[in-house]
Design a protein around this ligand. Structure first.
Ligand SMILES: [Ca+2]
Ligand SMILES: [Ca+2]
Ligand SMILES: [Ca+2]
Ligand SMILES: [Ca+2]
Length: 349
């Protein structure tokens, strides 16, 4: 076969496998776009829930009641498919996934949805693979522990101080049970999980700079204890866990320009986590994407080809292998969904 044809075919194949645009439009995405474990996205649109995959828009036929009451995406039964917990009619409702592209109709848990407006947090407090929910309500933390087909409600005596300061769910001591890290009293404080509740807060003595900017938790150094990555003072900083608390704050020396668009990407290989953001460093009115490897922090690497500055939407990290973005690449005022496979050789439409 002609060598040129073969290379053309390879180029086409690699383009198709790395990026795909899903038509006809991205209507409704501003009402919330919820990443699912499958790599698909759930959005409330045209009175129903719709699932966006790499290839199509699927109308689930299920009314999107409760879409504006902070739906919680979590794997309630631990089957590897993302389910949804919805607040409406004064109760939490479960919408369980039946496949990667379908859900069963919502059923009531019978549990009062007090505190849904206080940013509930998904965690796995007992490490059983079924996601639980932490709710700040009546000035105390309350936990809904999943039983697979419903929840046990556990009330704690712990004050919900810090719930409005971007609390972090992370496994500080690496025991497989989610802990909670809270910014208050000028320091980071840790609530270690006991499996069905939390120990009294541990004051780490480490200043809580950056709680109001982009703050991520991830295992930066690969010791299975989650660390903090945060933007403040013009730079990205790392705060490593030592199992019982945190080590002193370290600056990466890298500018946190573009922090508001920053996303954490945890690669499935052994290269460690990265933060990626959009910036127009080339001053050509088009945005480029840059990534900083946190494990081997040195200088940010340029990743993407540029795309129009006036409609860059936002990056959504769908899962460890996929990111998605809403973008009007052809200037038709009809934005499309774009999916992109994350690997070391990213491309962009
Ligand atoms: Ca599930
Ligand atoms: Ca659990
Ligand atoms: Ca833990
Ligand atoms: Ca670590």
């Amino acid at each position: 076969m002609n060598r040129t044809l073969i290379s053309l075919g390879l180029i086409l194949l690699s383009t198709l496998s790395s990026v795909s645009a899903i038509g006809p439009s991205a209507a409704g995405w501003k009402n919330g776009a919820y990443p699912l474990k499958s790599g698909n996205i759930l959005i409330p649109v045209s009175k129903n829930w719709r699932i966006i995959t790499r290839n199509e828009h699927i109308d689930t036929g299920i009314p999107n009641t409760g879409w504006n009451y902070k739906p919680q995406i979590m794997d309630i039964n631990g089957d590897g498919l993302s389910d949804v917990l919805l607040a409406y009619g004064h109760k939490w409702h479960m919408m369980l996934a039946t496949s990667e592209t379908s859900f069963a109709s919502p059923v009531s848990t019978g549990i009062y949805n007090g505190g849904w407006e206080n940013s509930p947090l998904v965690l796995d407090i007992n490490g059983d693979g079924k996601d639980d929910l932490l709710v700040a309500t009546n000035r105390k933390w309350q936990i809904m522990i999943s039983k697979g087909n419903g929840f046990d409600v556990v009330k704690t005596d712990l004050s919900n101080v810090g719930w409005n300061y971007n609390p972090l769910i992370m496994d500080v001591n690496g025991d497989g049970r989610s802990d909670v890290v809270l910014a208050y009293g000028r320091t980071w404080n840790i609530l270690f999980s006991t499996g069905r509740g939390f120990e009294e807060p541990v004051n780490t003595g480490v200043a809580n700079h950056g709680w109001n900017y982009k703050t991520f938790s991830t295992d930066v150094n690969g010791d299975r204890k989650d660390d903090i990555v945060t933007a403040f003072g013009g730079k990205w900083h790392v705060i490593e866990s030592n199992g019982r608390g945190f080590d002193p704050i370290e600056s990466t020396g890298v500018s946190n320009e573009g922090w508001s668009t920053a996303q954490l990407i945890e690669h499935s290989d052994f290269s460690g986590p990265e933060i990626c953001w959009l910036a127009d460093k080339r001053m050509n009115d088009r945005m480029e994407r840059y990534c900083l490897s946190l494990k081997n922090s040195s200088t940010p690497r340029y990743v993407s080809s540029s795309h129009p500055r006036n409609n860059h939407g936002s990056i959504i990290v769908v899962n460890k292998t996929t990111i998605a973005q809403v973008e009007d690449t052809d200037g038709s005022a009809h934005p499309y969904w774009y999916f992109e496979k994350i690997n070391r050789g990213w491309t962009w439409p």
